[in-house]
Each structure stands twice: as C-alpha cells, then as structure tokens.
Design a protein around this ligand. Structure first.
Ligand code: 6MZ
Length: 346
C-alpha cells in the first residue's frame, strides 16, 4: 500500500521533459511485445535493469537494440506510445515531452515518416483518464552520422509545420562515445534557424569536453545530463559560466545516471551542484522502462538524497514549467494548475 509520503510524490503535479519513447516501455507493455515476437527469444532481463543492478552505458545501448527489434512497426509504436503516455498521466505528469528517433533499418524514406505519424497519432489519442499536455521532439542518433542527421532535421521541420504545434524540437542523443558532434553542426544549425528548439545530450561522459564547447556555441535550449560540465568532475569553470550565462536548463536523470554508471552514487549526482547554484534543473526519468523508475520516484529520490522539504520539491516541479518548449499560453495554464493543486498554506 502507498504511504502518505509516496502519495505526495504521486499527486505532485509534474513536468517530464526528457523521455526516450522506446526506453520508456513498462513491464506489462514489454510482456505483450515479447509475446507477439516469440521467435526473438527475448527475456525481460534483456530490456530492463532491475532494482540494485547496474550496467555500463555500452550495455544500456545494447538493450536499446533489443528493444528496437521488439518495436518495429507502426502498430507496435502506436501501442507503446499510447501506453507510455497513459502511464505518465497516472504518475501525475501534467505536461510531457516525448522524444524518439526515426529509424531507418531495412526501410527508407516515407516509412520513417509513417512511423513518426503513428507516434503522433497515439500522442493525440485522448481518453478521460489521460488529460495531459503533450509535445514531441524528433531525435537524432549521433551514431548515424551527418547525412541522416540532416535528413532528420528536414523531417522534423516538416512535422513542425504540419503537426499543429505537436512537434516542437529536436533531440541529439545516442551513444556518446560514438562519432563527433563537429560533423553534426550543419544539421543542428539548420534546425536552429528553422525554429526547432534544441534539447541536446551534452557532457554525458567525461571525454566530451571539446564537443561540449562546440555545442554550447549554438546554443542549445536545454541540456540533457550535463554530467561532466563542472570542474570537480573534469569539466571547467568556463563551461559552467557559459551554461549559467545562457540560463540553459539541465534535464537531470538520477536513476539513469546511477544505473548506467556515469555517476557513482545518488549522493554524488550533479543535481546537488546545480541546484545549490539556483540554476534551472528539471528532474526527468530518461528511460523509465530500461531503468525501472518513474518520475514520482525520481522526485522522491532527489528529496531523500539531498534533504529537500516537500515545499522545495513543489517549487522544483513548478520551476520546470519555465523550461518547456510549448508556447507561453501553455505555461500560463500549467502555472494555474499548480496554483490550484498547491497543498500548502501560504
Ligand atoms: C543517450 C540515449 C540514452 O529514440 O528509439 N537514448 N541516448 N544517452 C542515453 N542515456 C542512457 N537513453 C536513450 O529511444 C531509444 C534511443 O534513445 C537514445 C538512444 O539513441 C536509444 O537508442 P527511441 O525512442
């Protein structure tokens, strides 16, 4: 049974800004996918990291490859997206930005577009219990190189113009140890000048200093992870200053970073560093399926690890509204929602 403390986190209105669709598949949905494709011989332990376990980032990326084999049609994507959105709604999320990478694999051209349309159709699917604001970011997988990146940007631009405001930006993700962002700069610059918002994975591993300096020149509208930006972990004061001067929000994913071993423990998570500076930090789940978490749990973990009061947690979740990519009118509606739900006496 849920205790009072857990109920507070579940009921806390939340904003999710860093959620990779195919990494967010829950156990029940995964079971349905595995049952549909018995010939793949997938066990559940191959698609999720259970409590107390850890993996290297490399092993995490291997998991995504297995998940991609299980989710490879419009029908799969529609089901997965609908389930993920519903689970976020049940977790108290009021605004969700989902991201996903158009996949080429054995198909080309229009097939990518169809896959994205089925995700968007599922995002738009409304039921009485699933009333939350949603937006979508098209993701570039850095592993696929500059040509695919450019094609992805063109596709994202088309969707931005034809999806009635649903597609708002671009994500740069994928294995941070593969490729160099220098090659992707023309695509990212094109996205920026077309008006797509940029949420970029940056400094996720310690070897990305030069890339980070380059990406910060764009600059991004939000940073994913930013684990190795600050001097204590091999970053630099100049990087910190650039992020602070640009007031660029950080999307921080505690469980993902600890289970994926880019951060040694919850206590050592860089949330503490940036939160103390008063810099905009948004707690996110990253891949709630793979890392076996949800956003309520991430807030609860941050509070218990860093000694945050319930009021401080509320302020943290409310502050995330300022970092969303949807227009000002949506921000105002969300602010009103937070004000209506606020459980504290002022
Ligand atoms: C970098 C990540 C990631 O796009 O198929 N992805 N990229 N760092 C991470 N930290 C753990 N977690 C997920 O969702 C899965 C894809 O998202 C990216 C990877 O490219 C992964 O293949 P979609 O929906």
């Amino acid at each position: 049974m849920e205790d009072e403390n857990e109920a507070f986190y579940r009921d806390l209105p939340k904003v999710e800004l860093h959620a990779h669709l195919n990494g967010s598949v829950s156990v029940p949905t995964m079971e349905r996918l595995i049952a549909r494709k018995p010939h793949l011989n997938v066990q559940h332990s191959m698609t999720a990291i259970h409590k107390g376990q850890r993996r290297t980032l490399d092993e995490c990326f291997h998991m995504f490859r297995i998940i991609h084999q299980l989710i490879d049609s419009e029908e799969d994507l529609f089901m997965v997206t609908k389930d993920v959105v519903k689970e976020y709604a049940l977790d108290g999320v009021k605004y969700l930005e989902l991201r996903s990478t158009p996949r080429e694999e054995k198909h080309t051209g229009p097939y990518w577009v169809m896959l994205i349309w089925s995700i968007l159709a599922a995002i738009c699917y409304r039921t009485a219990e699933v009333l939350l604001e949603k937006r979508f970011l098209v993701a570039i997988d850095r592993r696929n190189g500059p040509e695919v990146a450019m094609e992805t940007v063109k596709m994202a631009e088309d969707f931005m113009l034809s999806s009635d405001g649903l597609v708002v930006g671009l994500d740069l993700s994928g294995d941070p140890t593969v490729g160099h962002c220098r090659d992707l700069m023309p695509a990212l610059q094109k996205a920026r000048s077309a008006g797509l918002k940029l949420a970029l994975h940056l400094s996720e591993v310690p070897t990305q200093r030069e890339e980070t300096e380059l990406l910060l020149t764009l600059p991004p509208d939000r940073i994913g992870h930013g684990t190795f930006l600050h001097p204590e972990v091999g970053g630099s004061q100049a990087l910190v200053d650039a992020v602070r001067q640009g007031n660029i929000p950080l999307e921080l994913c505690l469980t993902s970073n600890v289970k994926g071993q880019t951060v040694p423990s919850y206590e050592k998570h860089h949330f503490q560093y940036w939160y103390r500076l008063g810099h905009p930090c948004v707690l996110c789940a990253d891949d709630k399926g793979v890392f076996g978490t949800d956003l309520s749990q991430e807030y609860q973990l941050a509070a218990s690890t860093f000694g945050l009061s319930q009021e401080a947690v509320w302020t943290l979740s409310e502050q995330a509204i300022g970092c969303i990519f949807a227009p000002e009118s949506v921000k105002q509606e969300l602010k009103q929602k937070w004000a209506d739900l606020r459980p504290f006496v002022n």
